[in-house]
Ligand binder design. Structure first.
Ligand code: ZN
Length: 58
């Protein structure tokens, strides 16, 4: 093993591969089973989710 001097600036860091985030974004809600769009919203009052596109509730 050849001895390698550590550069003054430090070892070069390899850029970590950025993984694309899943389609579940800020909301963390699953897609609508009816229209498959990520427009589900949570109804706080009834503690259930509803779709803003087709109006389906879960
Ligand atoms: Zn829907």
């Amino acid at each position: 093993m050849p001895k390698v001097r550590k550069p003054k600036s430090g070892w070069p860091r390899l850029p970590k591969p950025r993984r694309f985030r899943k389609a579940i974004r800020k909301t963390g809600l699953p897609p609508c089973p009816e229209c498959h769009s990520y427009s589900m919203k949570r109804d706080e009052l009834r503690s259930e989710m509803y779709c803003t596109k087709c109006g389906r509730t879960l």
